[in-house]
Design a protein around this ligand. Structure first.
Ligand code: NAP
Length: 329
């Protein structure tokens, strides 16, 4: 396993990590979660990602049970939570969502309880909150750090401007600013990582824990022949992922990637993940899996990475053509 520093912090995360969105509680039970986290840990993964909203709190509870059962040395892994959406779904009342001091603090306490840990290594603002002053967010995160309840704080799907606003406030009051961002990043969605955040990487430093490296499974090639029962795109509530216009044009590209993968002696999934971590601005790519075989296949990305020569990267670009166009000055 390779380890990378999280932005300008001293924290080292495994370049591949493991998350529980959709899978924990909705698709898999404790036994499989235990098996998958075990495989991840045994292969050197040291970051497990979660959020209050995942399966409305049940995902954190499940991960908490697994962590307790494993009794791994707490110093050997990192675990996260994210707040913003709340965990009561349609029952959410005012103050049970968003980034107010009240919700960020209470959501942190709830996550600690569900995950059965004394502190969160990483704590994220799951989305920007346009209604809460950025000063309140930065002060709250700084306070949680001072209280020892979280170690690093960050953002997810914030714009570059919003991240820089948080840094401006942190600097003005000598507080700890955001260390990391969690954006979607895969062969279909590249703008934030390859365009919008470039100046932040250069001038301030920003760790990234990127999500959906396989675009929810699309980049494995599993949907090239249709949607199979039990896969994510077949699940009720995830219709938005199987919107035909969303999927069809993409499948055409994945078919070509599949061909390239076989020429390299790699699998499409591991090639797609290797492509993500080839970007040095990626600290870690968070994997998702419902089966042991999937996770083992995805871990092969580490072996595929050295095969990504300039020529191979160019061939991938020719297939996808998704690289953001940057100004020429
Ligand atoms: N911050 C955010 O807003 C945000 C949003 C989304 C996710 N995340 C984080 O990022 C993590 C990863 O996201 P993701 O789950 O969307 O990642 P992904 O890698 O794009 O998709 C994972 C899913 O693809 C399928 N799959 C994975 N490997 C496969 C393989 N080798 N062969 C066939 N199918 C395979 C599995 O679904 P099926 O078996 O059901 O087909 C698996 O659950 C999440 O767990 C979460 O921690 C964060």
């Amino acid at each position: 396993m390779e380890y990378r520093r999280l932005g300008k912090s001293g924290l080292q995360l495994s370049v591949l990590s493991f998350g529980s969105w959709v899978t924990f509680h909705k698709q898999i039970e404790d036994k499989v979660a235990d098996e998958l986290m075990g495989i991840a840990y045994d292969n050197g993964i040291n970051f497990f990602d979660n959020a209050e909203i995942y399966s409305l709190g049940k995902s954190e509870e499940m991960m908490g049970r697994v962590l307790k059962n494993k009794s791994w040395d707490r110093t050997s892994y990192t675990v996260s939570s994210k707040a913003y959406f709340g965990w009561r779904g349609k029952e959410n009342k005012p103050n049970q969502t968003g980034l107010s001091r009240k919700h960020l603090t209470e959501a942190c306490h709830e996550a600690l309880k569900r995950l059965q840990v004394e502190y969160l290594d990483l704590y994220y603002c799951h989305r920007p909150d346009k209604q809460t002053p950025i000063e309140e967010v930065v002060w709250t995160m700084n306070t949680l750090i001072q209280q020892g309840k979280i170690l690093y704080w960050g953002t997810s799907e914030w714009s570059g401007v919003e991240i820089m606003e948080a840094h401006r406030v942190a600097q003005a009051y000598r507080l700890i600013g955001p260390t990391m961002e969690q954006p979607e990043y895969n062969l279909f969605n590249r703008n934030k990582m390859e365009n919008e955040y470039l100046e932040i990487f250069k001038n301030v430093g920003l760790g990234t824990t990127i999500w959906s490296p396989l675009a929810s499974g699309l980049l494995t090639g599993k949907y090239n022949q249709g949607i199979s029962e039990g896969s994510r795109l077949s699940i009720q509530g995830f219709e938005w992922l199987r919107d035909r216009t969303y999927v069809e044009a993409k499948i055409e590209k994945v078919k070509q990637l599949e061909q390239l993968a076989s020429e390299l002696g790699a699998r499409t999934a591991s090639l797609s993940i290797a492509w993500c971590i080839k970007n040095p601005h990626v600290t870690t790519a968070i994997l998702g899996a419902t089966k042991k075989e999937q996770l083992l296949e995805n871990l092969e990305a580490l072996e595929v990475l050295p095969k990504l020569t300039t020529e191979v990267m160019a061939a991938i670009e020719t297939i996808f053509g998704t690289q953001p166009r940057l100004p020429e000055y």
